[in-house]
Every structure is written in C-alpha cells, then in structure tokens.
Design a protein around this ligand. Structure first.
Ligand SMILES: [Zn+2]
Length: 112
C-alpha cells in the first residue's frame, strides 16, 4: 500500500488535485476571456491572472507544507520535487511505499 495512504494523508493529495482542477478551470476562463467569451462573470475580472495564479501557487504550498512523515517529521514533497524527474514526482509521491526522506514504510501510528 502506498506510504501516503498508510500514513492517512491521501486526502491531502485529493485536496491538491481539486485545487489543480480549479486552477485549470480558471486558466481556461482566463484564456476564453481574451477570445471574447465571458464565463462565470461573478468571479471577478476574468482577464486578470491573479485568481488562478494564487490558487495554483496555493495548491503547491498546500502539498509542500501539509504532507509530513509521522516517523521523521520531514516534509517529503520538497525532496521529491527536487530529486525526481518533473514528469514523475506526483506519481512517485502517490505510489511510493516508503517515506522519501527516511525510507520508513508507512505506519498510521506515531512511533514517538
Ligand atoms: Zn520519514
């Protein structure tokens, strides 16, 4: 079973996915607005990239700061982002069976 599941943190990954989908939707709205198509005008100025940039950056900060190893207390997302190929880091994070920092296999119970 993946480390992120056994440590009870899979929901944090799901929150990240929701935020990324939202970012993509707002980016599409941004692009459409330049083609004269106004979608969801209640959300404010569609031609401003601030909304999708803020949510996109927030999604990565969320993932970076929320996922923590219960054994070594490290924030492994930063390590994975730095060391794993850009096309594979999310796959590695979601499927690895151990902490990328200390190598400990997931345990939902803290060991300290
Ligand atoms: Zn660890």
């Amino acid at each position: 079973m993946p480390w992120i599941v056994t440590t009870g943190q899979a929901w944090k990954l799901k929150v990240f996915y929701v935020l990324i989908v939202l970012t993509g939707t707002l980016f599409a709205r941004f692009v459409l607005s330049y083609n004269g198509i106004e979608v969801m005008p209640g959300l404010g100025e569609a031609r401003s990239p601030a909304l999708f940039l803020t949510i996109g950056i927030g999604a990565f900060l969320w993932l970076l700061l929320s996922i923590q190893c219960p054994t070594c207390d490290a924030l492994p997302v930063w390590i994975v982002l730095r060391e794993v190929d850009a096309s594979r880091w999310l796959l590695d994070l979601s499927q690895s069976d151990r902490c990328p920092v200390c190598g400990q296999q997931g345990s939902p119970v803290r060991q300290d």
